[in-house]
Design a protein around this ligand. Structure first.
Ligand SMILES: [Zn+2]
Length: 338
């Protein structure tokens, strides 16, 4: 089969479109013909060496396609369309058995701990096949990591409601644009922050009530203006060290910091006094459960969540997709088509 692989970590140019062995299926695994694969920030970090992995390596966590081979009892049979739940776990620990494999001590993501969807075919645990109906493959492949994680944060963990005013950092990116839409779906007031005039200009179209270009304006000031000085009830922060201090400053008393990423780094200096004086909650969020992803799929099928697919690229252009993502030119998602 053809795949976009890398044999050593480095810049986007290490992604090589080449012949690779077909996936070798183990017991309980299914073979999926990839129709679309979402590109995530995680892919860039695995490729660049920020996260260690094995080589040669096929990236790709968000896979939509058609089941070619499946064991008996598979949730999606041969010939069926599927979106793959990307969390691979031991399936036997208390976390897995309680429906939260995303927090299993032995969890990893498809495309990180196993070869993923930057290929014509991928082998996945059959238990991870979710039936895909009423949605085309590129839109579906934009959902798992971004919308699934944002749903876990805002709905499953934080119970976002019309009472909330939410600041979303990096709102033009994959997970940010998902957060804006999900928060709006639940009636929250959304202050969306992104870099650059052009990307900020598109945030209203996602449903943001207020858009802030944080290359020219401090979002803390915008939050205080919107809330009459009270602050936001929640902040959605996947940016990390660059934004954490401002996230804490922008929160109202009793507010909640949803922490789900470290794009700009993981080292932060926190004024603990601000955390306890305002009785803040810091809520970590990691990945998503099957239930989260199924909920997202149901909303997307009804047109109530709309992944913004910035561009579909052929698999042979995987390196270009990484260049675009790293240049922060992308609004929403990039999707590869084998
Ligand atoms: Zn487990």
């Amino acid at each position: 089969m053809k795949a976009a692989r890398f044999h050593a970590s480095g810049g986007p140019e290490v992604l090589s479109f080449e012949d690779a062995p077909d996936p070798r299926l183990r017991d309980g695994e299914a073979l999926v013909r990839v129709e679309a694969c979402g590109v995530n920030r995680l892919d860039v970090w695995l490729r660049s060496g920020r996260y260690k992995t094995y080589t040669p390596h096929v990236l790709g966590t968000d896979v939509a396609g058609v089941v070619e081979k499946a064991p008996a009892g598979s949730p999606v049979g041969e010939g069926g369309k599927t979106l793959v739940y990307p969390v691979i776990s031991d399936g036997s620990c208390p976390r897995c058995l309680s429906g939260r494999p995303n927090t299993c001590p032995n969890m990893g993501l498809l495309g990180a701990v196993a070869d993923g969807g930057y290929a014509e075919y991928v082998g996945v645990p059959a238990a991870n096949l979710l039936p895909l109906e009423g949605m085309d493959a590129p839109a579906a492949a934009a959902l798992p990591v971004n919308f699934g994680t944002a749903w876990n944060a805002l709905v499953s963990k934080a119970r976002v409601s019309p009472e909330d005013t939410l600041l979303v950092w990096g709102a033009a990116g994959g997970v940010g644009h998902a957060a804006v839409q999900i928060a709006r779906l639940f009636g929250a007031t959304v202050i969306a922050a992104a870099r650059g005039k052009e990307r900020t200009g598109k945030l209203g179209g996602l449903g943001a009530d207020h858009a802030v270009d944080y290359s020219v304006r401090d979002p803390v000031g915008a939050v205080m203006d919107v809330t009459g000085g009270a602050g936001a009830t929640m902040v959605f922060d996947h940016v990390g060290s660059e934004t954490w201090g401002k996230s804490i400053d922008s929160l109202a008393n009793g507010g909640k910091l949803l922490a789900l990423g470290t794009t700009t780094g993981a080292d932060v200096r926190v004024d603990i006094g601000k955390v306890y004086r305002k009785e803040l909650t810091i809520q970590g969020v990691y990945g998503m459960t099957r239930k989260d992803l199924l909920a997202v799929m149901a909303q997307a099928r009804r047109g109530r969540l709309r992944p913004a697919v910035h561009m579909e690229l052929p698999l042979a252009s995987a390196a270009d997709a990484h260049r675009m993502l790293e240049s922060r030119e992308v609004f929403g998602k990039l999707v590869l088509r084998p």
